[in-house]
Design a protein around this ligand. Structure first.
Ligand code: SF4
Length: 412
């Protein structure tokens, strides 16, 4: 337990447990969580003023805006569709490869539409080539990651939406330096285009039972670096670019996009009002405020019941079942009574509206952030199922390369 963390006696060393099992309290290991004057972990909802954003890129603009820009360059509007096709369908931003553009204009078009955004720093490959973790350097030196995963019937990319993060979760080193800045729409999109290029060049191996050359990312999860709902506008623009038909965008299905949050209640309601068919995932990890206040510090702002109400509203508005992410952490949040409480809170709001995904952690000897035992995991799932809650233990791909993402949730 973290004794230096809070001045209050709210969480004494041996908190009375509702079961015979011990109660481990969340605390950062190997780094210090920034604390505010109230003794609570600091939260940062916006980037600092005057943080420089990257130059405007084709993917920041709608098709109409690209056409305008072409006209400003003294070129006909139809050139906008041509460059969009190169970028979104051929995955290139190199204008010298765009042979249908006038040769003497390629450089100017490149400068106007394709400032370099993501430079690959490192690529780690695992799972026999089916998982790749990319480390990207952005224009200002900030580093972000994305993880590409090939499954038999889909290709998933876990993407980042912010440089750093202001949510200060004790299990996540991303948050330790706070939020540097929001990623731009184009920086978010360029992760997908770059991944598609790697797939097209054969970098992700062959799709099993299928050697179609058009294989590309068809599943997006916002579970990389950052809290997507804290960068709402740019994330939503990116979603619109993903689902816009080619050549305006990537022509992806909204149903293949998952937006995940630690619980920014107003953002969840705003997202519901968009009434898109994107999948919504709430990283809950605890059904009680007492634990969640420490495990997910933003819970001090919006409590479990408030975020569950907002999640239920998402289901009611969109008709899409909500995913509740729940990493099982030994003796911290895996008690049987918590499974019962979670089921009760979900059932109180309705039936069949939420699906719980317990996520197994890696065994980490000596750490408080370690996996629950098999028996405890089984019981936790059984209790949820007995209460009628659809529950699926998640696969945690990519952990060998530490690709498991920031919200303790591996991307599928
Ligand atoms: S877990 Fe997610 S929300 Fe929490 S600090 Fe890390 S990136 Fe931010």
């Amino acid at each position: 337990m973290n004794t230096s963390k809070k001045p209050s006696q709210k969480h004494p060393q041996s908190a009375p447990s509702k079961s015979q099992r011990p109660q481990v309290r969340p605390t950062a290991e190997g780094w210090k969580q920034p604390m505010g004057p109230d003794g609570r972990p600091t939260l940062q909802f916006a980037q600092r003023p005057r943080v420089k954003q990257p130059p405007q890129h084709l993917a920041d603009m709608t098709l109409a805006e690209r056409q305008e820009k072409m006209k400003e360059l003294g070129l006909p509007a139809f050139r906008a569709k041509q460059v969009s096709t190169h970028y979104f369908q051929h995955y290139t931003d190199q204008t010298e490869e765009m042979t249908d553009l006038p040769k003497d204009k390629r450089e100017a078009i490149g400068e106007a539409f394709f400032p370099p955004l993501l430079a690959e720093v490192r690529r780690l490959v695992t799972d026999d080539g089916a998982t790749i973790k990319f480390l990207w350097r952005l224009f200002d030196g900030a580093l972000v990651e994305s993880v590409l995963m090939r499954y038999p019937n889909r290709i998933t990319l876990c993407i980042s939406s912010q440089c750093g993060c202001g949510m200060n979760c004790p299990f996540c080193a991303t948050g330790q330096n706070g939020l540097t800045r929001n990623m731009s729409t184009a920086e978010i999109i360029d992760q997908i285009v770059k991944a598609n290029r790697v797939i097209a060049e054969g970098g992700l191996g062959k799709i099993r039972g299928d050697d179609q050359p058009q294989a590309r990312v068809n599943n997006i999860v916002f579970m990389g670096m950052g809290e997507p709902l804290a960068n709402y506008k740019r994330v939503m623009n990116a979603v619109h670019r993903m689902i816009a038909d080619a050549p305006e965008g990537l022509g992806m299905s909204a149903r293949g996009i998952t937006i995940s949050t630690v619980g920014l209640e107003p953002g969840i309601r705003k997202l519901a009002a968009e009434n898109l068919q994107v999948r919504f995932a709430l990283s809950l990890h605890a059904p009680d405020d007492d634990l969640r206040d420490d495990l997910i510090p933003v819970n001090s702002r919006w409590k479990v019941d408030e975020v569950l109400d907002a999640a239920y509203n998402y289901f009611e508005t969109t008709g899409r079942r909500v995913s509740i992410e729940y990493a099982l952490i030994k003796d911290m949040n895996d008690h049987a009574w918590r499974a019962d409480l979670l089921a009760k809170k979900l059932n109180e709001r309705g039936r069949g509206w939420a699906h719980v995904n317990p996520i197994p952690l890696n065994p980490t000897p000596g750490s408080i952030w370690t996996s629950s035992t098999k028996e405890v995991t089984r019981e936790f799932i059984q209790r949820l199922e007995a209460a009628g809650i659809p529950t699926t233990l998640r696969d945690t791909r990519g952990k060998e390369i530490d690709g498991a993402c920031g919200q303790l949730a591996a991307a599928e």
